[in-house]
Design a protein around this ligand. Structure first.
Ligand code: PEP
Ligand code: MG
Length: 764
């Protein structure tokens, strides 16, 4: 055997790893498989590379992509398990290396492939566990061309490809309505799925698969391109611009802090001279205009998807959306036509922000996405539109039969989302009773009084936690006495880079304007942990919960921190009372440094003669157990305090709040948690300073009397919980609450505290 060049096996593996990433970011599976064959053939210097996939329904191997064989054979060459060398590879789960394939009696020649001239044959099975996925084959004209090293490299490549190809296979079947891939056993295994919750409650409804948005037009054949001219191209660009402007103004109504940002990439590409010029160049060379758009868009997509930066890879979606729209506009196809999904739970591989707007106007019951992250544009849009959304990395969901009953619970952002496929009666019942609570909430909303007191007249202040400006309206309707926690990171999460002072200013301004004369507490940037910015380095941390997060991030990046503080101070000019709160303060020193920077920002604005708020109250969010022993001193330092129990419990008990494997250890009733909270509140009350609770515990009925008993007079909760919190307080008597608290604090076991709470709940 002679080889002219040492083949590049390591590079092959690296490139295949990248291809798997590309698949996740691309909607074109055929293209993915095709590119895989090109890459493998290049690296192994093979004349042919082909991928056969196993079809569960027909139990045949089907040629799905090839380089070197006749492309027309794709989808037409099929063989049974055990048939031909390819079929034997899968059934034996062994590679087959043949130096002269035509002499092997098992070699099966398909005329349409034109493979008779390829003597060397090497195939490896693609499988995951016991599951047959397909076969990867390389061929060469020369005899005895492939060696042992090639076998090893191809095997390793097949194993890397297995999961990506499995996803591809499912998605391909999904596009064929007559070929549902999930049998009953597979469906059975899909009964319960955990994903990430993007928030906004729960839904129970028949499901529908949202297969293709207009992005698929990018992979359409060019057969129907004939007849389009330059005039049609300019018309398509104009229509696209108009549609995007219309969509942008629709977002502005719902999501003012990010309206301008969601379609920024689209507009930037549309305005980019090079984009238009490149298309025109292809047209000049004779390409039909739609094909020219496809070529340029694919080029951009390849560039974006191979970027090491997540925010650039996310642009693949924007490019697909934009190019798909342009292509649809050639044909005057209405991309924004209704999707007929009213009342359904929509399951999709990916959605463009414009799809979310359509789904919202059709009143879908919920959305399950099988790719992406809770911080993506679509997740944030869904949240602001109050559409329950869960993101679960389970592409097999795309193969469940149309109309399958699904129940999704996306109520808790921090605890993740649950999906039940064909839920049992018991689950539905649980859901319905929660739904009744929800219905009761809206009835209670009408009965809300502007102030809240216990039965024996103790005044308690109820404030709202909000993530988006769009939630201010609900907070106002539910008579919140102010904002106890504005999570300022959402405008940061929705972007591709850090927003400047100028960009943040109008957001805070609106916050102050929409709730005049009320307490507004802005928490400074709390990124890291469960709130990762795609464009920040923190994305690569191995233990982000303990990493460079929250105030640590701000102090490490004073430029970013100062831009935020200055924007708040400037927006607060003329406002009576503004509050700046630092998350995750761990020491007196850290607080003093952060407060010092606020002072410097004020001095800077003063020097520049810019109007701003001169004396904001500066507070601490208590979330770390490290403050326990220095609480007396901290209490002297800050103007106000708020306990973030979500993180406090996480760090006190060393339980990741987002990890379902340890969810049972997340026990806020732990005596150490309860006693620590009492100690913290005691230290602050001693200094006559204000302290609130703003974690999820603030709305739980068994904790409310405990909080009152330890001296809490301010509770801040998501707006929808305020009516129930108010009603709970109105039924309480401070004397009883104090006795309940005394009992809890004297218990040293988890069992003991839980029993007291359960007994209380049973009689409350
Ligand atoms: C908390 O930790 O309790 C809190 C309110 O902050 P977040 O949930 O945003 O971390
Ligand atoms: Mg927190």
């Amino acid at each position: 055997m002679t080889k002219t060049k040492k083949r590049d096996h390591l590079n092959l593996l690296c490139d295949i790893g990248d291809l798997a990433t590309l698949l996740t970011a691309s909607s074109n599976i055929e293209n993915f498989l095709q590119r895989t064959t090109v890459m493998v053939s290049l690296h192994l210097e093979a004349d042919v590379c082909s991928i056969y996939l196993f079809d569960d329904q027909t139990r045949e191997l089907v040629l799905k992509a090839t380089i070197g064989l006749n492309p027309e054979a794709v989808n037409s060459v099929r063989m049974k398990l055990g048939e031909g060398l390819v079929g034997c590879t899968l059934i034996k789960q062994q590679p087959i290396r043949e130096g002269s394939a035509s002499r092997n009696p098992q070699f099966k020649y398909f005329e349409e492939t034109g493979e008779d001239r390829f003597e060397s044959f090497l195939s490896v099975p693609i499988s995951r566990g016991i599951e047959n996925i397909g076969v990867l084959v390389v061929q060469h004209e020369k005899r005895d061309y492939f060696d042992e090293m090639d076998v090893m490299a191809l095997r390793a490549a097949a194993s890397q490809l297995a999961s990506a190809i499995e996803n591809a296979r499912l998605l391909m079947s999904m596009n064929n309505p007559h070929n549902p891939v999930l049998n009953t056993t597979a469906l059975e295994q899909l009964k319960f799925i955990r994903g990430e919750s993007a928030g906004s409650g729960y839904a129970s409804a028949p499901s529908t698969i949202f297969g293709k948005s207009h992005g698929w037009l990018l992979s359409e054949d060019s057969d129907c391109d004939a007849g389009y001219t330059l005039k049609h191209f300019y018309r398509a660009i104009q229509l696209t611009t108009d549609q995007l402007q219309e969509l942008q103004s629709r977002v502005a109504e719902r999501l003012p802090e990010s309206a301008a940002l969601i379609f920024t990439a689209h507009f930037m590409i549309l305005k980019d001279e090079r984009f238009i010029q490149e298309i025109l160049r292809h047209i000049e060379k004779g390409a039909p205009p739609p094909e020219a758009v496809r070529m340029v868009a694919r080029h951009y997509i390849t560039l974006f998807s191979s970027s090491p930066y997540m925010y650039l890879r996310e642009k693949v979606n924007d490019m697909e959306d934009l190019a798909g729209r342009i292509l649809a506009n050639f044909q005057l196809r209405d991309v924004d036509a209704p999707l007929q999904c009213k009342g359904r739970i929509v399951i999709a591989r990916e959605l463009y922000p414009s799809d979310i707007l359509k789904l919202a106007s059709e009143e879908v019951a919920g959305i399950i996405l099988v790719s992406g992250g809770v911080t993506s544009h679509v997740a944030i849009l869904a949240r602001s539109m109050h559409i329950p959304m869960i993101i679960a990395d389970r592409p097999e969901l795309l193969a469940i039969p149309e109309g399958t009953a699904v129940l999704m619970d996306a109520a808790s952002l921090s605890l993740g989302g649950n999906i039940y496929v064909n839920p049992s009666e018991k689950v539905i019942h649980q859901f319905e009773s929660r739904n009744q609570v929800k219905a009761a909430t809206s009835l209670l909303a009408d009965a809300m009084t502007p102030t809240t007191e216990t039965r024996d007249g103790q005044r308690i202040h109820l404030l709202a936690n909000i993530n988006l400006l769009s939630e201010l309206a609900l907070a106002r309707d539910l008579k919140a006495e102010g904002i106890g926690l504005y999570r300022s990171e959402f405008p940061f999460l929705i972007r591709n880079n850090f927003p400047s002072e100028q960009e943040q200013y109008p957001i805070y301004k609106r916050l102050f304007e929409e709730m005049p004369d009320k307490i507004i507490t802005i928490r400074t940037l709390d990124v890291g942990g469960d709130k990762i910015l795609a464009y920040s380095d923190a994305a690569g941390e191995s233990n982000p919960e303990l990493g460079l997060r929250s105030i640590r991030f701000s102090l490490r990046n004073p430029d970013i921190f100062e831009q935020q503080i200055k924007a708040i101070l400037r927006a607060g000019a003329g406002v009576k009372n503004i509050r700046i709160m630092f998350p995750m303060i761990s020491s007196v020193d850290e607080f003093q440094t952060a407060r010092g920077l606020v002072k410097e920002c004020g001095d800077d604005l003063q020097r520049q003669g810019l109007s701003h708020h001169r004396a904001p109250e500066v507070g601490i969010m208590i979330e770390l157990p490290s403050v326990m022993e220095i609480m007396d001193e901290l209490a002297v330092e800050a103007d106000f305090f708020s306990i973030g129990t979500n993180d406090f419990v996480q760090y006190m008990l060393a339980v990741d709040r987002t990890n379902e494997k340890v969810a049972e250890y997340y026990q806020p009733w732990h005596p150490s948690v309860l006693r620590s909270l009492a100690k913290i509140v005691g230290a602050v009350v001693q200094q006559n300073k204000e302290i609130s609770i703003c974690g999820e515990m603030a709305h739980e009925p068994e904790y409310i009397p405990f909080f009152l008993g330890i001296g809490i007079r301010n509770l801040s909760a998501d707006p929808q919980f305020l009516p129930l919190v108010q009603q709970t307080i109105q039924r309480l008597n401070l004397t009883d609450a104090t006795e309940y608290t005394r009992m809890l604090l004297s218990e040293s076991t988890l069992k003991g505290t839980r029993k007291i709470m359960d007994r209380y709940l049973a009689t409350a």
